[in-house]
Structures are given as C-alpha cells and as structure tokens.
Design a protein around this ligand. Structure first.
Ligand code: ADP
Length: 479
C-alpha cells in the first residue's frame, strides 16, 4: 500500500491521487502517490499566502527562529531515513542523498541564526534635524519553483531565507521528486508555521507553475531549472513587475594544466563530471587539458571510470546511480550520438547497462578530441558525459573556458600560484575552484553564476537577503 501525499493549502492537507513517483533504480518500485494541483488550487494557495503575509512579516525574530531551528533539528535527526527516500526517488547514491539532507538541515540552521541578526542602518540626513533609517522588509508572497536534481537542498535554500525574512510561500516542486518536497513541508508545518505561510502545490509546471507566473499576487519568484522555463519566468515576471531570480544551466570548464598534481586533477574530474550521475548544474562537462599532461590525464581518468560501481542507488556499494528518468536518459543518449556525429571520439562508456532491477542505467561517457565549437561542448547535457578539449597552454585554456554562453562554476588544477590567481581573477564564472571539483559548494556563502546561468541576486548565505527582502528608507524630522 502506498500512502497518498497531499498538497498543503492554507494549513489543510488537500487533494486526490494524481501522480505516481517511480524509483529510477527500479521502475517496478512505486515510491508513493501524490496529489496534483490544478489552477484553482494554485489560486487558493496564492490567496492563502497573501492573507498570511501581514501577520508573518510582523511576527518577529523569535517565532521564525523557533520554526527554522526545529526544522533543522528534525531533518538532522531523520537524515538517514530522508536521505534514503531521496536516493530512492531521484537515483543519487545513499551517501549523496544523506549528504544532501544534512546540507538542508545546515541551511535551516544557518537561517534560524540569521533571524536573530536582522539589522538596519541609521544615518544623519543631509538636512539638519532629520534622521534616515534603512531597513529591510519581506517582499510578500514568494513563488518557489524547483527542479528534480537536488530534491531537498534547493527547496531548503529557497524556503529557509524566504521564511527567515518574513515572506510567505507558494512552493511548487518538480514532478519527479515530490516525496522530498512533501517531507520538508510536513516538517515545517508541524514545527509550528501559522496557516497559509507555506503552501505546497505539487503538480505540473505547465499548470501550477504557469498559474503562479500568471498571478499578480505573487510578488517574487525564485526559480531553478532549465533555460527555457527560466525565460518564461522572466517574461511573465516583467509583465507583473515582480522580482525574480533564476538559476539555470551550466557548461562548466575544469582546466587541467601541465603542472597539475595528476591525482588531484583526476579526482576533480571524476567527482565533478560524474558524481550525482552528472546531474548537477555545477558539473564539469568540459575538461580543458594542456598538451603535456593530456595523455597521462586521459589514461588515469579512464582507469578510474572503469572501476566506478554503477548500480542501484540504495546499494551502499554504488558510486554512480541511475539517470533520473527515461526522458533524461534519451537526452543523454541523443547527445552521445551527436558527439560522435560531430567527430569527437567516444573513448569510454556511453552505453546502457543492465542491472538486477529495471532502471535507467548508463555507463559514464568520456569524449576525446572534442572542440569547443561542438554542440556537446556548448549545450548542457545534464548527464554523466564529459568532453576532453585539448589545448596548447594556459592562455588558450582560459580563452576556451570562458567561451561559453554559461558562467556558473569553473575550476583549475595547477600547482602554479600565478595561474591559479590569474584564473580566479579572469574566469567568467560566478564560482571558481582551485584544485577542487567544480561541483560541491558550501551552504553559508553565495551561490550563483553569470551570463546564461543565472539572473538576479545570489542565493544562499547572507547574500540571500538581497532577493528575499526589499529596502525601505525612512526619514524622520525631529525638529
Ligand atoms: P528540468 O529540466 O530541471 O525539469 P524545467 O525548467 O522543465 O527543468 O523544470 C524546473 C521546474 O519548472 C519544475 O518544477 C517544472 O515543473 C517547472 N516548470 C516547467 N514549466 C513551467 C512553466 N511553464 N511555468 C512555471 N514552471 C514551470
């Protein structure tokens, strides 16, 4: 018997069974059944959030601190169970699922702390006798639209600051991962949020998401997902003059220079390109390697790829889980075919794998001899596929790294202080890593990119305040 998870609207769990959640490691395994909201439910959720805003925005730090802290504590106490459910519905490994769950707990803990550190500024006016106060207020009803690849961390890093700064929320998670979304909302609800402050509307993007975009009562939208949907969010938000924040794709370069420590470079490439099945917007999908180390690097990467255990996400031995679903698997395979047609050499993997249970298993793929002009080097694949682009020297590596429509993360493996420093200063990415994988970031510092990767203020850490608050400048004449 699978349980039915319902939507939370104005403090009530509502809805009939509408969609099933399938385990990508075993398509015979139904994770659960979930309500699917329509436009009416979306409207009710938005109205509830609007009605709840005045009281919540004036609730004061202690009420918000209590809910966020309690949520963090419960997530941490249940990390193994929640992490396992996450791995079951999304297909990342158990270790990755539990790690992501811990991160969600840390994010709630961080923003619980932030509620006690709210501050403003007081300055003298240029007019004698007048004082000027600058304070921050919540924006209002925030629409939160999330993708499937970080089912608990992305909702956490949007919901926690939204609540901390006094906003109310309509949350629409990705259709593929409703269990993690439901769990986080259930915990927050039981932690004592007043009704209407957080509303969950699981359902289709084209229906529920679109209803959020079209509502004049949604004052801000924080979105993570594809470039195409991001542009829709942007256009609809301009129409309503609302704040919006977008996190979209990446085509992140990892530069490996001749003077790199080979072990470090291989670790960075394997982790950055293939962990989480390559389904991270921060994944290193372009490995830009200078001539002197190229062959040694490629041999060592292939050797490591050969040893990786690809299998059921819930098996503790698994290092790479399945692809998330049939559609993504087809996209990965289509791009592998495109890469071959374009003339890149498929030097490893790229074929489907059979395992004990029916699932979307793909052997990680490595292309050699790729150019930066090929579609596989320009478009985000979002799977366990990486291209090696051979370059002459550091200058060419930097130019190739920056020659991309995206700009989320970048990385360099080198023992040269000069090159590391130059790369940090000149890489056109929001986040730069030296001798570290391009994926895997801290929870307490800003996250975001440039160019086609991101739009609007950064997420996470104290910088999240920029998006989730609006500044008020108040003048007082005291005679
Ligand atoms: P992904 O490739 O990560 O699935 P999408 O952009 O399709 O990227 O999905 C990201 C989120 O955007 C999901 O929650 C999805 O349901 C939602 N979404 C998709 N279409 C729309 C839309 N027209 N309006 C609002 N949200 C949408």
């Amino acid at each position: 018997m699978t349980v039915l998870r319902k939507n939370l609207i104005d403090g009530e769990w509502l809805g009939e069974a509408g969609s099933r959640n399938i385990n990508p490691s075993n398509t015979n395994d139904v994770v659960g059944e979930y309500a699917s909201a329509g436009p009416e439910e979306a409207k009710q959720a938005i109205a509830a959030a609007k009605a709840a805003f005045p009281a919540w925005s004036r609730s004061g730090p202690l009420a918000r601190h209590a809910v966020l802290k309690k949520t963090s504590d419960e997530i941490m106490a249940r990390k193994d169970e929640i992490g396992r459910a996450l791995a079951r519905e999304e297909g990342k490994t158990l270790a990755e699922g539990i790690g992501e769950t811990i991160r969600a707990a840390q994010i709630f803990d961080f923003f619980a702390g932030e509620t006690l550190r709210l501050s403003g500024e007081l300055v003298p006016s240029v007019r004698p006798g007048v004082g000027v106060e600058m304070t921050r207020e919540g924006v209002g009803v925030v629409g939160i639209i999330t993708p499937w690849n970080f089912p608990i961390a992305i909702p956490a890093w949007k919901i926690a600051p939204a609540l901390a700064y006094g906003n109310t929320i309509v949350f629409k998670p990705a259709e593929l991962v409703p269990e993690s979304a439901w769990t986080i909302v259930d915990i927050l609800h039981r932690a004592g949020l007043p009704k209407g402050v957080l509303n969950l509307v699981m359902g289709k993007g084209s229906v529920v998401g679109q209803a959020m975009l079209d509502s004049p009562d949604v004052n801000a939208i924080s979105f993570t997902g594809s470039v195409g949907t991001g542009k829709r969010v942007a256009a609809a938000s301009v129409e309503h003059m609302r704040k919006f924040q977008l996190e979209m794709g990446g085509k992140n370069p990892l530069v490996v220079l001749d003077d790199a420590d080979l072990g470090t470079a291989v670790d960075c490439a394997i982790n950055g390109a293939y962990f989480s099945t390559g389904q991270r917007c921060t994944a290193s999908s372009r490995l830009i390697v200078t001539e002197g180390i190229h062959d040694r690097f490629v041999d060592a990467v292939k050797e490591r790829l050969d040893k990786l255990v690809i299998g059921d996400a819930l098996d503790a031995k698994t290092q790479i889980g399945p692809v998330v679903d049939q559609t993504q698997l087809k996209q990965d395979e289509d791009y592998i075919a495109i890469g071959r047609q374009e003339g890149a050499e498929l030097a490893f993997g790229g074929e489907r794998l059979e395992r004990e249970s029916p699932g979307f298993y793909l052997r990680p793929a490595l292309f050699l001899g790729a150019t930066n002009a090929m579609r596989i080097s320009r478009e985000e694949i979002f799977g366990p596929v990486a291209n090696v682009i051979r370059v002459k020297d550091y200058d060419e590596a930097l130019a190739v790294a920056n020659d991309t429509p995206f700009g989320l993360t970048s990385g360099i493996c080198t023992t040269s202080l000069k090159h590391a420093t130059h790369f940090k200063r000149n890489s056109e990415a929001g986040m730069v890593m030296v001798n570290l994988p391009t994926a895997g970031v801290d929870f307490h510092v800003p996250f975001g990119g440039r160019k086609g990767s991101s739009y609007g203020p950064r997420e996470q850490g104290r910088y999240a305040m920029e998006f989730y608050t609006t500044v008020k400048t108040a003048y007082t004449f005291a005679g």
